[in-house]
Write a protein that binds this ligand. Structure first.
Ligand SMILES: [Zn+2]
Length: 276
């Protein structure tokens, strides 16, 4: 009985002793780790350089992949997919995608700076310089954490054009993968298309009654092609010589008086030699 009890006490004491030793060792390691970390933070050139990069490179937070689904109205529309038109529609109709593409552009530019600056970063310290292995380990860990954090993400775009038959029996899709750079190009195309549209709207809007009158007055209130006037029972129009659709401007030198017959015969035709 006595031996059994003292045996238990000895085992208990041994466990207690081992625990204390482990706690002391862990504490010592933690203390050493903290001291070394402080040393890295205050002395490592690599870490200091990376810390500075954090101020320079602040990338947009983007996902690695964006999936876009576009639903077609018919199988025929899917079969005769006009990728150019569809891409313009997708981007023009979705401010969120536009915003994402603007952010892509920012990250693409920042990635160039990031790659370049990382190449010029000071080397990691080494053991020959008298640093402990723990120091080197912590220097790598801290520096890499920053480079992971600031590395700009350049996303991929997966675009699915889909059609599902009315009863949902058949579904089809075509998919394309676009790089961020390609999406930026698409957005630029959209802006050109949009600008052209706005120019046309603007050119039509500045065709005022006063300007119309001035042009007719200049042309003697007669059709410049057939010479008829209102007294011949025809209606006079003011016409763009170079059509707006082809970049013609609403200015007197590009305007002329035509009768309805001559104007309708002309439509959007434009002869460079002026034989209209
Ligand atoms: Zn005429």
């Amino acid at each position: 009985m006595f031996w059994e009890d003292s045996g238990a006490i000895i085992i208990f004491a041994a466990i207690l002793l081992i625990s204390i030793v482990i706690i002391l060792l862990v504490n010592r390691y933690q203390k050493r780790y903290e001291e070394t970390q402080n040393l890295v933070v205050t002395t490592s050139k690599r870490y200091a350089y990376m810390l500075k990069q954090k101020e320079i490179i602040q990338p947009e937070k983007l996902d690695a992949v964006y999936t876009i689904n576009r639903y077609m109205n018919s199988k025929a529309q899917l079969d005769r997919l006009n990728l150019y038109n569809q891409m313009i529609n997708i981007i023009q109709g979705d401010p969120e995608i536009q915003d994402t593409i603007y952010k892509c552009q920012k990250n693409i530019d920042l990635k160039v700076i990031y790659d370049n600056n990382l190449q010029n970063a000071p080397n990691y310290s080494n053991q020959e310089m008298g640093f402990s292995r723990l120091y080197l380990k912590i220097e790598h860990k801290l520096s890499n954490a920053i480079s992971d954090e600031i590395c700009p993400i350049i996303p991929q775009f997966h675009i699915y054009f889909r059609y599902t038959s009315p009863q949902g029996r058949n579904s089809y899709y075509i998919n394309y993968e676009f790089s961020a750079e390609e999406m930026v190009d698409c957005l630029k195309l959209c802006e050109i298309v949009e600008n052209n549209k706005q120019t046309a709207i603007y050119q039509r809007s500045i065709m005022t009654p006063a300007l119309r009158y001035d042009v007719m007055k200049r042309d003697g209130f007669r059709c410049v092609l057939c010479g008829r006037s209102a007294s011949d029972g025809i209606k006079l129009h003011v016409d763009h010589i170079v059509p707006i659709a082809r970049g013609g401007k609403t200015i007197k030198s590009n305007l002329r008086t035509l009768c309805e017959d001559c104007n309708l015969g002309k439509k959007d035709k434009y002869d460079q030699d002026g034989i209209n």
